[in-house]
Design a protein around this ligand. Structure first.
Ligand SMILES: C[S@@+](CC[C@H](N)C(=O)[O-])C[C@H]1O[C@@H](n2cnc3c(N)ncnc32)[C@H](O)[C@@H]1O
Length: 215
């Protein structure tokens, strides 16, 4: 069965085609793609989880949570998690994967985007995005939104496939250095400072909202 894509399908700041497939899993095929990501992406999620270093009692926002594997890891670290993802299929799948925490009010997984979370400002200790920054419709608006929702002193972790040993299936999705520079530059414009970290299975853009900033 082929997927239908309307002319209104969202476009990203980087990709020159409407979002589809793993970039925006929709319909029944999208649910299968979500399951596949849940099975295959474990070591990248582990590395992102280590960088995020969520602590008990923290409130973490994940943008683009997909099947909700990192949500699961973050809850296991003792944090509360709010998440936004534009795909209703991913929201449903991530809620199922984290059903106990959703019922207990420790996880709130909604439809939304990095650029427009619909969430209050200065509300989160940390914000994380794994494997979706190239899909945002507007890179600068997304970075400004991540900065807005963080409390002063809060941290942002944005990752993409890469690093010293990218997974075999991720090797054709690596971002060129000039694109990584563009992402770091955008993060610096929003946060004042940002650094590029080259890990084992991923590259990460890291920043803090300055502690002295007003909410
Ligand atoms: C390749 S998947 C990665 C999912 C998950 N983070 C993971 O690593 O398994 C990309 C995800 O980004 C989401 N996405 C697409 N556009 C987005 C946007 N503008 N803001 C946030 N997430 C977006 C998609 O719905 C999808 O769930």
């Amino acid at each position: 069965m082929s997927e239908q894509h309307t002319p209104e399908a969202p476009r990203s700041w980087l990709l020159d085609r409407p979002l589809r497939g793993f970039a925006l899993p929709t319909g029944r095929i999208g649910s299968l793609q979500g399951r596949l990501m849940g099975l295959l992406n474990g070591d990248e999620q582990d590395e992102a989880s280590t960088l995020l270093a969520a602590r008990p009692g923290e409130h973490v926002l994940e943008v683009g949570f997909g099947p909700g594997v990192l949500v699961q890891r973050t809850l296991a670290a003792g944090a509360r998690v709010t998440g936004v993802d534009p795909s209703p299929q991913m929201a449903a799948q991530a809620r199922r994967r984290n059903a106990t925490a959703v019922s207990a009010g420790r996880a709130d997984l909604r439809v939304g985007t990095a650029e427009r979370t619909g969430l209050p400002g200065a509300a989160f200790d940390a914000v994380v995005s794994v494997n979706n920054v190239p899909m945002w419709s507007d890179l600068d608006a997304g970075m400004r939104e991540l900065h807005r929702v963080l409390r002063p002193g809060g941290r942002a972790v944005v990752t993409w496939h890469g690093g010293a040993r990218p997974r075999f299936v991720a090797r054709r999705m690596l971002l060129a250095d000039d694109v990584l520079d563009r992402i770091v530059t955008s993060m610096r414009a929003a946060f004042g400072a940002a650094e590029l970290h080259r890990g084992d299975r991923l590259v990460a853009m890291l920043a803090h909202r300055a502690s002295g900033e007003p909410d």
